[in-house]
Design a protein around this ligand. Sequence first.
Ligand SMILES: [Zn+2]
Length: 812
Amino acid sequence: MPAKSKANRARARNLRSRGQTHRDPTPEIQFPEPVSPDDLGSDLEAEWDSEWDENDSPALTDVPDDDSDLEVEPDLDEEEKRVQNEADLAAFNNRLRKGLADALAIEKHEKQEGKKRRGTRYDGFGKRTTERKRARTKKEADNDERRGFRQMSLAAMFRSSSAPSEPELSSDCGEVSARIVCLSKSEGLTEGQIDSSQQDLLDDGTDVDEAESPDETSASQKLSALMDEYRAQNQMTDTVAFLPTADAEAMNISANQYHHEDKERLRRARNELTKLAKSKKLDVLFRSRINLMVGSLNLFLNADTSFSWREASAIVAKTAERKESTARSIRDWIHAYLKSGKLPLHQYGRFSSSILEEEDFAQQIQLHLLEIAKDGYVRAQDIVDYVAKPEIQEQLSNTGRKKTTISVRTAQRWLHKMSWRYGKKKNGMYIDGHEREDVVDYRNNFVIRWKEYEQRMVHYDQDGNASAPTGFPVPQGPRFRLYLITHDESTFYQNDRRRQVWSHPSQGPTPQPKGDGESLMVSDFLCPDLGRLVHECQEARIFFRAGNNRDGWFNNGHLLAQTEKAIDIFEALTHRQATGLFMFDNALNHKKRADDALSSTKMPKRPKCGWSNVKDGPKMRDGILPDGTRQPLYFSDDHPTMPGWFKGMEVIIRERGLWPDNGLPAACVPRCNKDGTDCCCRRVLYHQADFAGQKSALEELIERRGHICDFYPKFHCELNFIEQYWGAAKLRYRISPRTSNFAEMERNIKASLDDVPLLTIRRYANRSARFISAYGQGLSGPQAAWANRRYHGHRVLPPEMVAEVKKSLPNR
Ligand SMILES: [Zn+2]
């Protein structure tokens, strides 16, 4: 076996060690993040960050890294809304397009930067460089000849059949046709197919004038507007921006000059290509190339706009959302066609060339991946699945490629080629969704609530010294002091070990167990003042063996029971003299409502015997009218005809005095108007104060016990300081001795969790408070992360720091 390179081994190791959730072994891949403010913080930060390195970032996304995604009950309403709202879909598509355009713009900008730098260093290429470049260009051209660009004098074919005006070319015809037959045979086509495709071309070649469009002027006005916009966007002062880097074109310049001036020749070529593009026998990619050529020629030949040769191709490439280099390809294709009738035929998979070398195909995949990346993270498997889709398979088989499936390893190589890089996302916290409008709205409100909470809290400096609560506007009382108690779950894996260790050759290789091994979930509460909630022999922490044939899945019921116990312990520790602020992640299973909670989503319109919102569940609780009176939703047990029946929406609304004279449907079909409030029974009830204000079971439990319940903004795990605690504990667990014994594993995990000192926990709490402080001062996610890497002093970010951030890292 050949020796692998060091880089390869490192990559292989990374692929093994990272991104492996217990259900999906495919590594997570992320798009490169342009902004990279990166310096090493204190030891604390480094610890957290290194943990972050190992601990997959999907914890930050909608797709958590542990079992919690399995426990989440799908919120069908939300899911439906997301899919059904077409406006959202369109907006999403626009974002996608914009994202791609931005990425291309950045790439282009970087290329130009690179070019400029080279320009300042060299006044021109030396003789040797020029020779080498020429040799390389020639070699590339030969390669192209061999695998992609095969000659085919279609132009000659047209003329020999319909217009014998250029007899000097007709002599080529027989030879060329023979060559097509020969080449096509190698692609597995029958002679009949070839004949018909030739026939198509010939048939199409009969009426040549069709391409002269009558409304060319209005089109040209549009085009010149487009060009202006394009110039403005690219701050392009002249055509220099389009000068190609390679000198292949420079070598051709004299030949090109000739073609540019011969407008008649260009017009003819345009018409020929227009006909060709209509042929249904062509595969998608080939036709798209022909279309690009035709578009470019149309623009160039349009007398009203008088675009230059390069401008024309650049606009066409741009409007087709292709790379800048495509513009050059288009020009090359046209030149090749004019010179020798060569068409930019392509063939996948010859001479072990990759399908990916086709920019069109790469672009299709890239778009697909960006779409996936918006909602979560990209896996190599996504490409494998994409290539296996029937429509893609068909597209590929049209090109004569035999092997049309790819392996995960190939997909990983492709991702690399398409500049996706595997690893943690920069900043360790910033992902799409973090700055989503609704999330930011929630965050802003959360910050306001937080400022109130903070006034009732004891704070600790970085050395653990306490300072008294400062607030006075909130009501004073025996339970004035507020303790922050944060909750979260995390899963430990048996085989989660430190991967990089010092080793000596004499030790020999140690076999590594495959997969994650056993898992153990921990659900716990953490308090900066009290540490873990432990009182006498009671503790709030629970271990959970999640999985089928184990403890099942951690759900809202488990969490409620655990929270109840946590409150007991908290009240015992504080002698019922303080209030707890119980904070949870904004996860669906945390926000589940009680079984008897008010909800109109499943209510029948008419009275119904034995109805309850949850099957075999309790009766729905009473509604509360605006004046505070209770409204039972069931008839009384001594009702003459419907004793104890559910009243149904109509009666409930009538009793509230809201029933319109012309009646109401139960629900709108297929769905309600976006901002309708009284279109149907469901909507009317949905907007009633008691229904709208229905709280989650967790909130109800905690408030019933006289404490406060709140939820962090979605995607903001940096605000939940327990995440750092998990990180610190896992760092310790990873270096504990390997064990195949589950009880020992559990012991190791416990020891790791208990080993994190209270002072460290307080620092973690301060770090999260700094983030909240940063958001409170108007910083965005990336800015807050930037600031937190540079400032570790206090729980409040100083205004000078905020000013510096805003200057150094302007909000994009
Ligand atoms: Zn409605």
